[in-house]
Design a protein around this ligand. Sequence first.
Ligand SMILES: [Zn+2]
Length: 479
Amino acid sequence: MKYETVIGLEVHLHLATDSKAFCGCSTEFGQRPNSQSCPVCMGLPGSLPVLNEKAFQYAIKAALALNCKIQDLVKFDRKNYYYPDLPKNFQISQYDMPLSYDGFLEVASKERRKKIRIRRVHMEEDAGKLVHPEKGFNSLVDYNRSGIPLLEIVTEPDLSSPQEAYDYLTALKAILKYLKVSDCDMEKGSLRCDANISVREEGSSKLGAKVELKNMNSFKGVRDALDYEIDRQINFLEEGGKITQETRLWDAENGVTISMRYKEESEDYRYFPEPDLVPFIPDKKLIDGINEGMPELPQARLNRFLKEYGLSEYDASHLTSEAQTADYFEECVKFYPNPKAISNWITGDIASHLNLKNLTIRELGVSPEKIASLLKMIDDGAINGKIAKEVLEEMIVTGISPQEIVKLKGLTQISDVLELERIIEEVLKKNAKSVEDYIGGKKNAFMHLVGQVMRQTKGKASPAVVNEILKKRLKDRSS
Ligand SMILES: [Zn+2]
């Protein structure tokens, strides 16, 4: 029997506001436990929530970027349940009238572009955090996170493979970061993702019972958990089992999912309108203003980079995956109008330095102007490409200009023909065997000789000049 997979994703996102969703407490990460809470986010008697305007604007911005319709009336609801990290016994959320609905996100994968429908984007608040120390029997609770504004972004079950889910998350994160509405840092819990997955016989129109997967803390984790779950469900069905709706936890260490609880239905939460927050009609002017101020989004920027700079799809998508990388690239182009060369450096040497040091391109501390002057020095023949890599490394460490580094370290390229001729003559004398090999037809002996010249000059020789002289000298010797 052949099976197909149906996946829907639910993303929870911390909105990057300074204060919480319904009170003035700070949202700063990593502070002393329970130093950022107040009667409102603790749900103490007599306290009343007030909606954070910035959080509302960020939510609208994200919803519009995801092509959603905005609800005519904004209404909040209480989602009731007990858990020690939720002292109010309810979470302020949105139930039957989500802030926005019916959107989509276009996801480009290797083979095709696909529209993933977005069912709803709504606002809610985060709960506190339980801490379970390894020693002792007590668990602790930290309410600093209680009431941080969250955006929940729910897709329709339009995703049909773990890789597609991964691509969707990557595209979604890129947009959210372009909008600057969240830092999207999964390690800090600013972006969390749950997945609903079911399998069914190929061609069947009926959806199978869905399993909700939780506890994935990277996009790769989401993909791995889905991969595992597809195999598990198919094997179970093949053995005659019946899948039941449940919630399972991803155990990344062992690469398995573990049953946590049978999934509750929304009726179980006894939603009702939040009586402390009056429903309101969002200001049309505000929405229009947010729409007008929308930045160029990743997909549009990628298309422009392909057209305007003639880059490959690979390079353009690397450069536009983060707004600051794309900005950096465009600033470099202003100083040095050779987009292809700049792209090669950013996606090559600069990217490896960033990966190695786990930094963003701005944190590297090398200005676009300095990168431009480094590339100009190669064009002018002052240094060759190999030395330029060395200079870049030095620029990153010291922060000084490429000209100064070349001067201080004596790295200027040797293009002086007379001097190179002298060095080459010496190399040919010392490597008589290679010369013989080359004349005898072993063409790769040439590269060995070039290598020797480069060694003699500590890499500073102009490769073009060396090649030219060397070819001429070898030709003289063979005739
Ligand atoms: Zn508070």
